[in-house]
Write a protein of this length. Structure first.
Length: 381
């Protein structure tokens, strides 16, 4: 995994690059506004200008398949992002209020691939095609209902139907979900209840498997939306191609405390293994919060847990392409930023204000990783 960082105009850009012998190349970009005194319009312009310049100078062979904008005030900012991105028309788009903790109003994660065919589907998913596979991305999905529970139920049932239109199922093809929950301390219980019940109808149980996921604080521009969802599925997968990560020495199965997601998932292609690490916090293999009230020790334990999950997939921190870090308390930012800068100075990373689903957890992180491999019996990515 090659990593780099630079300043492009007034924005700071971090990116990683994976290639393995002429196949599809992968890029993760993290673009940060830096002028904390500028208006949102100006900061957004700086981020978009940096993306465009980097694309034209370094990434002209790549196609953006997914973007997520992290905003400080979605009610007053999201419409401007959607309008600007609709003019560009590339990739699935996620827009969420999770304020960047560096004091700016906007940051961007973008995921790009080379050598793929893309198209927007009529059902709202974004298809990325290469070889035997169709990668299906969804962003900022939401539903109208009176509670977080029923919004989640509608979201998942609607997604099941959209997958069926693509000859896919939730159990066989969905690899990753993200649930952004307004007032997570109050509304997450409803998300969990609805997800558990829908999953039980879709062959997703403790005896089969669940889906890698992050459930975290986040807000839609419309205050009546309590839950929004991003998704990733792959059509064309074969039995045995997907594996699940447990790290039992460090973590317990999630169903033991009433939730239904996998700690991590990997999928093997002809030239690579892709790994999706779910939102991971400072927890032990009995489901207990470790080091209550101490963000330094929680960060260290979180790293240990992620490292154990990666190792189970045959990966290390050197294989990580990008990372999101979620903090409950904005006052912890300087401490956590210093810890990450010392250990992972080259990682593309964004740190945002987003309370974790259990109040005792002060910090959580998620990441994607990829490592080279050769498997002649499975098609390339």
């Amino acid at each position: 995994m090659e990593r780099n960082s630079s300043w492009i105009g007034a924005a700071r850009v971090e990116w990683s690059h994976f290639e393995n012998g002429g196949g599809v190349e992968e890029y993760h970009l993290m673009i940060h506004a830096t002028d904390t005194e500028a208006s949102f319009a100006r900061q957004l312009e700086q981020v978009m200008e940096a993306y465009t310049l980097l694309y034209m100078q370094e990434l002209k062979e790549a196609v953006c398949v997914f973007k997520r904008y992290f905003l400080s005030d979605a009610a007053n900012q999201a419409d401007r992002v959607w309008a600007a991105e609709m003019e560009r028309g590339s990739g699935a788009l996620s827009v969420v209020e999770q304020p960047p903790l560096d004091g700016t109003k906007v940051a961007l994660w973008a995921y790009l691939l080379t050598g793929v065919r893309t198209r927007a589907l009529g059902n709202g998913l974004y298809a990325v095609e290469h070889g035997a596979y169709r990668h299906l991305w969804g962003g900022s999905d939401w539903a109208s209902a009176t509670t977080a529970e029923y919004q989640t139920r509608l979201l998942l049932n609607g997604y099941v139907m959209r997958l069926a239109e693509e000859d896919c199922t939730l159990a066989d093809n969905c690899l990753r979900t993200w649930f952004f929950v307004q007032n997570v301390d109050v509304n997450y219980a409803g998300v969990v209840k609805a997800r558990n019940e829908v999953f039980a109808t879709q062959r997703l149980t403790p005896d089969t498997h669940f889906i890698a996921s992050t459930g975290i604080g986040g807000r839609h521009a419309d205050a009546r939306v309590y839950v929004q969802m991003d998704t990733y599925a792959v059509a064309g997968l074969r039995p045995g191609q997907v594996g699940f990560l447990y790290a039992p020495t460090h973590l317990n199965p999630t169903y033991e405390y009433g939730v239904s997601f996998e700690r991590g998932t990997f999928v093997d292609y002809g030239d690579r293994r892709q790994v999706f690490i779910s939102g991971t916090a400072s927890i032990n293999n009995r489901g207990e919060v470790m080091y209550p009230g101490d963000v330094r020790q929680q960060t260290q334990r979180m790293w240990e847990n992620v490292e154990a999950l990666l190792a189970e997939a045959g990966c290390t921190f050197a294989d990580v392409g990008h990372c999101m870090v979620y903090l409950r308390d904005m006052a912890d930012y300087a401490v956590v930023r210093d810890l990450f800068d010392r250990r992972f100075p080259q990682w593309p990373v964004v740190m945002v204000h987003a309370p974790v689903c259990r109040p005792g957890w002060l910090i959580e992180m998620e990441c994607m990783a990829v490592r080279p491999q050769v498997m002649e019996t499975v098609h390339d990515f």
